[in-house]
Design a protein around this ligand. Structure first.
Ligand code: FAD
Length: 487
């Protein structure tokens, strides 16, 4: 019998994990990983903090690296131009074709930019875009950051030597991840000088960037893999001024339009300064916000999320897309085209999820999906049934914001609970913020900021669905060992 042909597209964490997992489980198979970028992402030093929370380092390696550890995987540095699902064939940028028996698409996402083809508007996504940002930042006096997710939050904290206008569409900062209470907790640290001493640096997840230049595989810019945990902490991102932080937040706004100096003059508009007086500085670019304020700046960073990178696979095929633009996948990571799977940022999970899990386009989920997709592909070829992996039982994410460890569990923002939930809160200013979400007297989600040491207990409480009626008044009492209740 000829070898089965597994093909994975994408050298990000989902694609690499998928190819590596295939090499562990697939028998009598050829495994080919296609990467548009010469650098691929690998996960190293994976530490299981709790059964659901994991920390790891991420390394960018030349694409040959996969081969070293997983000799069954053949890595080809090429771009996929199109897919013919009926013939189970990929068309590549060098004019060649590649046939598959099972295909997994892991092409990630591309940044949604507030203005395309404007040299002053940058999207941060991969090593290449960070380098361009660093270069432009060196001479910058002021930048405008648009967006309220993880990238914007990390950038606002890490950026020094430059005035920052942070334009957010929500009432509170970092809204994608934390509630208004936690945002308030962070606000106190927004304009604090950073402690750059070795003691002041938190034990962060490490993201290492290989010095190797990222080159585009052909003239058409297919992006490299998305950056990941702590990308900003490792970089020198400093503007032209001799100062630490100066951040001004504009709440509940979006960008109305981006203006050139000529537009401003022609329209007879005036820019304002952060203290709302008139700004007479000549800036190369201006943003008009929906609250009518106009700010001049050197660079605008558009950190308004990513959209799944699907387009080359769609023409002529029946790949269903979810409303967010991701390829719909079922509980076996299958798209609507037979033998075509998808994992990571490019896909949208369309199975009936566990009550404590939701999809977020994160590093950890890209890894989990890549691994699970590989297992599903192998199970399908063997005609075996496979049940949804345990990692999709509970949403768990660990990150660092404003130098605080942040752990998010389950329905950490009371997602889909409307008003039918109870909140238990413990806040120690400058130290910790603990929020527990209870539904029907059971813990369903939590935000843990600081060194709370509660993650494992809370994870167990959520998964066990224990009735906390008798304990909830004491659950967050300081000095009480929560574990004692349940011995
Ligand atoms: P990607 O990493 O985007 O990889 C896609 C791959 O597909 C790339 O190698 C690309 O070159 C390749 N490709 C695309 N099209 C083609 C084609 N036609 N042919 C061949 N190859 C192709 N997540 C966290 O959990 N924590 C964080 O702190 C965090 N910070 C982030 C900071 C930034 C600036 C960004 C942009 C993202 C961040 N994320 C973070 C999100 C995380 O990086 C992504 O969720 C994750 O990397 C997605 O992995 P992926 O493998 O699905 O896609």
């Amino acid at each position: 019998m000829p070898d089965l042909k597994y093909v994975v597209v994408g050298g990000g964490i989902a694609g690499v994990t998928c190819a590596e997992t295939l090499s562990l489980f697939a028998e009598n198979a050829t495994i080919t990983l296609l990467s548009a970028s010469p650098l691929i992402k690998t996960v190293t030093n994976l530490i299981q903090i709790t059964p659901n929370i994991e920390s790891f380092d991420v390394e960018e390696q030349p694409y040959k690296h996969v081969k070293e550890g997983h000799c069954k995987v053949q890595v080809i540095h090429t771009t996929v131009n199109s897919l013919c699902a009926q013939e189970k064939r990929l068309h590549l940028s060098d004019g060649k074709t590649l046939d598959y028996d099972q295909l997994c698409i892991c092409t990630g996402g591309k940044p949604k930019l507030i203005a395309v083809d404007n040299p002053y508007v940058l999207g941060i996504r991969d090593t290449e875009s960070v380098k361009e940002f660093q270069k432009k930042l060196k001479t910058a006096q002021r930048i405008v950051i648009v967006g309220n997710g993880g990238i914007a939050t990390e950038l606002v904290y890490e950026l020094e030597g430059c005035e920052v206008i942070w334009a957010i569409k929500d009432k509170s900062i970092s809204h994608t991840f934390v509630d208004a209470g936690a945002a308030e907790f962070f606000m106190a640290h927004l304009n604090k000088a950073k402690d750059n001493s070795p003691e002041g640096l938190s034990k962060r997840l490490k993201y290492t960037t290989n010095e190797c230049e990222v080159m585009m595989s052909d003239k058409k810019p297919v992006m490299g893999s998305a950056l990941g945990p702590d990308w900003a902490a490792q970089l020198d991102i400093r503007g032209a001024q001799q100062m630490s932080h100066r951040v001004h937040v504009e709440h509940e706004v979006e960008v109305e339009r981006v203006l050139s100096p000529d537009d401003l003059t022609l329209l007879g508009l005036k820019a304002c300064s952060v203290d709302q007086g008139q700004d007479f500085t000549n800036w190369p670019v201006y943003v008009q916000l929906t609250n009518s304020k106009i700010y001049g700046c050197d660079i605008i960073v558009s950190a308004t999320g990513v959209e799944p990178f699907t387009e080359v696979f769609l023409p002529g095929n029946n790949i269903d897309l979810a409303p967010d633009g991701g390829m719909k996948v079922n509980s076996k990571m299958e798209t609507s085209e037979p033998h075509v799977y998808a994992a990571g940022d490019v896909c949208t999970a369309c199975w009936d999820p566990s009550p404590y899990w939701q999809q977020m386009r994160l590093w950890s989920q890209a890894r989990q999906m890549g691994c699970y997709a590989a297992k599903c592909m192998v199970a399908a070829t063997k005609g075996e049934n496979i049940t949804l992996d345990f990692c999709f039982e509970l949403f768990a994410h660990v990150t660092t914001f404003f130098n605080f460890k942040v752990i998010l569990l389950g329905k950490f923002n009371a997602q889909n609970l409307s008003n039918d939930y109870e909140v238990l809160l413990r806040v120690t200013k400058g130290q910790e913020y603990v929020k527990a979400i209870l539904h029907n007297n059971r813990l369903v989600g939590a935000i843990l900021i600081g060194e709370t040491d509660l993650e494992e207990t809370f994870e167990n409480l959520i998964l066990n669905g224990l009735d906390l009626t008798a304990f909830k008044d004491n659950l967050l009492e300081p000095g009480i060992d929560v574990d004692d209740f349940f011995d």
